[in-house]
Design a protein around this ligand. Structure first.
Ligand SMILES: [Zn+2]
Ligand SMILES: [Zn+2]
Length: 351
């Protein structure tokens, strides 16, 4: 029997009429919609968004596991720092290379290696159809896929920003605010305190700079480039102008580091955890256990909300109202049994 259920696809509500022989309706993509009456379509008066329609892409929303991940990274750093071999390694490396070289090249090599390793893993899941099939249910905007040509452009920009912004700024810290690389390693409370102290600087600094670069006088010159991708990929986290990389991306991180001047290992902890965070939140996959990608993905989709890295200041300052309204609407539809068509087109389909 053919029922008359609402199916949301491509940002519009339409009626599905195709019979698939199983007693349920099917969209053009084969996704089924179960029996709900048509009246739900008229109860939501806001704008329809072709965003996070798959319920599986919202499992990780505000998930506890991302905090477990953060605490796990902090604990791993603390544990490594407590090992006698680590203390010996710091003494040996400092004697051999000097604190300046560890501050400069150690920081650059470790942070660049972590960024590229995770970025390439995400790229494999974007571009290989077999790998993509394992994660497409977590994709927030499954009808958007990046091309190889776009990926090349993004990676060239990543290299440019790492060489011409990250390296000089790391040099600046090594030259004028050199961090301790001795075996005098920090304990648990210092490790936690430095992490959250830096995180407060990052939240305030990034939120403020991000809202500033959305000002009409700055947007086109500084920030428009980063918004090329309405459905970003992990490497697109560093697809931006040099000015944005200096003032918005790296500046707020270094403010916390320079103010607290912690042991070098804690700067690496903070760099790497932020890199993992920004790669996850730009990946367009909201995978349970990783960082919640919905908040920043909505910023790329909608442009005018969710400016901060954690959502805390967006909550306080009310710059996430439509985001909350749409997620509440999707939850309501989940409860009423709506099934949204999830399309994943070929890798060569453009944004
Ligand atoms: Zn972004
Ligand atoms: Zn923006």
């Amino acid at each position: 029997m053919i029922t008359d259920s609402p199916v949301v696809m491509g940002g519009t509500v339409r009626r599905a009429t195709k019979h698939n022989g199983s007693g349920k309706e099917a969209t053009a993509d084969g996704a089924t919609a179960n029996g709900t009456s048509g009246k739900e379509a008229s109860t939501y008066n806001g704008k329809e968004h072709n965003w996070a329609l798959q319920a599986t892409a919202r499992i990780n929303q505000d998930g506890i596991w991302q905090h477990v991940l953060t605490m796990g990274i902090i604990y791993l750093t603390y544990w490594i720092n407590q090992q006698p071999a680590t203390a010996r390694a710091y003494d040996d490396l400092t004697a051999k290379y000097g604190a300046f070289n560890i501050n400069l090249w150690g920081s650059f090599i470790v942070s660049t290696a972590v960024y590229w390793t995770l970025g390439l893993i995400f790229m494999a899941f974007d571009m290989n159809d077999t790998l993509h099939s394992y994660v497409k249910r977590f994709k927030i905007q499954p009808d958007r896929r990046i091309t190889w040509a776009e990926y090349r452009k993004v990676m060239l920009c990543v290299v440019k920003n790492q060489l011409f912004v990250n390296l000089p700024l790391i040099y600046g810290v090594a030259r004028w605010a050199i961090l301790d690389t001795s075996s005098n390693l920090p304990g648990w409370w210092k490790t936690v305190g430095v992490y959250f102290g830096c995180m407060i600087c990052e939240e305030v600094g990034f939120y403020s700079m991000h809202r500033l670069v959305h000002h009409p006088k700055l947007y086109a010159r500084v920030h428009k480039m980063h918004h090329l991708f309405t459905a970003p990929v992990a490497f697109a986290s560093t697809y931006c102008t040099l000015a944005e990389q200096v003032f918005s991306n790296i500046g707020p991180i270094l403010i916390g580091i320079v103010l607290m001047r912690p042991h070098w290992s804690l700067m690496i902890l903070f760099f790497c955890s932020l890199e993992i965070g920004t790669l996850c939140t730009h990946s367009d996959y909201n995978i349970p256990g990783l960082y919640d990608a919905l908040i920043h993905d909505w910023h790329h989709y909608a442009f005018t909300e969710n400016f901060g890295p954690t959502g805390l200041l967006d909550d306080i300052l009310g710059t996430n109202k439509q985001y909350k309204v749409w997620l509440a609407e999707l939850r309501r539809r989940d409860g009423e049994g709506w099934k949204h068509a999830a399309r994943t087109t070929l890798a060569d389909a453009t944004q």
